[in-house]
Design a binder for this molecule. Structure first.
Ligand code: SAM
Length: 301
């Protein structure tokens, strides 16, 4: 059977340090506080500074700590995150994906981007840099090819990944079933953007309950999204677009953002063009239907 999902009991119990080592120290008991302070002092001051990071690194969900603000639901191979990382260099973003192989792939991709970036900064064209690249390319190749037509393009990503100045420390992926555990990861109003891009269409009527936009799921998205935050949806399936719009229009917690207003949103071009699925649709000359909604204040509050 499928590997069990790991999820925290509540958002403050989530240890983000493995996902964003530049922003978080591992969660630990109060008696580790002194040890941590000591190890920071005799460590590399630059590294310690980096750990405090932009947005002040902290522990889990404590006040003033760095927090994940963007979530890509069903992120696939991570094209959106890689495109957004340098655009929002001080914002932490997470890709959430149910398929183990795809999550592993994206983890490697992010590790590679981080290593490339550091390698480039430290010794352009140096021998060590080439080694890191070769090693990561081998590791990526060893992950067996996911059965997905969107995948092959990426398999030589070591060579073809286009680096943009940006640290890529602000993106991460995790394996979760978004239909089950989202409120375990995020506090009320924690997120400013949620992306649901080219979601699985689940065409058959009896499969509609598997759709990632539903009345139940919208209540959860509204809970973790702050008022003013934006939910982005795009699909090449007209029927799914109509489904998304029908459910979002019916929700008292969301209002549609007019297309004209979206033109000035720097995230929108990435939403439309940067994901692997979006690129596949473009190659096949398919249509793309965009619908973005703003989370509005809860009328009851
Ligand atoms: N957003 C990506 C893109 O545009 O390239 C991937 C699109 S792909 C068609 C849909 C993705 O959603 C798949 O990778 C699938 O595994 C993932 N997915 C489906 N149901 C999910 C769930 N309940 N939780 C997390 N991910 C899910």
């Amino acid at each position: 059977s499928d590997m069990a999902f790991e999820y925290p009991e509540r958002p403050s119990a989530q240890d983000w340090s493995t996902h964003y080592p530049a922003y978080f120290r591992p969660l630990s008991g109060p008696d580790d506080e002194a040890k941590r302070a000591a190890s920071e002092e005799d460590g590399d001051p630059a590294a310690a500074e980096a750990k405090r990071g932009p947005g002040a690194a902290g522990h889990g969900g404590s006040e003033g700590a760095a927090k994940v603000e963007f979530a890509d639901i069903g992120c696939g191979y991570g094209g959106l995150l890689v495109a957004l990382a340098p655009l929002y260099p001080n914002t932490l973003m997470v890709g959430m994906e149910i398929r183990t192989k795809v999550v592993n792939y994206l983890q490697k991709r992010i590790e590679a981007l981080r290593a490339f970036q550091h390698g480039l900064l430290q010794r352009p064209g140096g021998a060590e840099w080439v080694d890191v690249r070769a090693k990561l390319r081998r590791e990526i190749a060893e992950l067996s090819a996911p059965q997905d037509p969107a995948a092959p393009e990426l398999h030589d990503n070591g060579e073809t990944e286009r680096l943009v100045p940006g640290h890529y420390e602000n993106i991460a992926s995790m394996r979760i079933n978004c239909q089950k555990y989202l409120p375990n990861f995020f506090e009320k109003g924690q997120l400013s953007k949620i992306f649901i891009l080219f979601a699985d269409p689940h065409f058959k009527r009896r499969k509609h309950k598997a759709r990632i936009v539903s009345a139940t799921m919208l209540a959860e998205y509204a809970y973790i999204l702050r008022p003013g935050g934006i939910l982005y949806t795009i699909t090449d399936v007209k029927d799914l677009y109509e489904w998304n719009v029908k459910h979002l229009d019916a929700s008292p917690l969301f209002e549609r953002i007019p297309d004209a207003e979206l033109e000035s949103d720097p995230a929108v071009p990435c939403v439309v063009n940067s994901t692997e699925e979006g690129k596949k649709v473009a190659r096949n000359k398919g249509s793309k239907f965009l619908a973005c909604y703003r989370r509005i204040e809860d009328p009851a509050e």
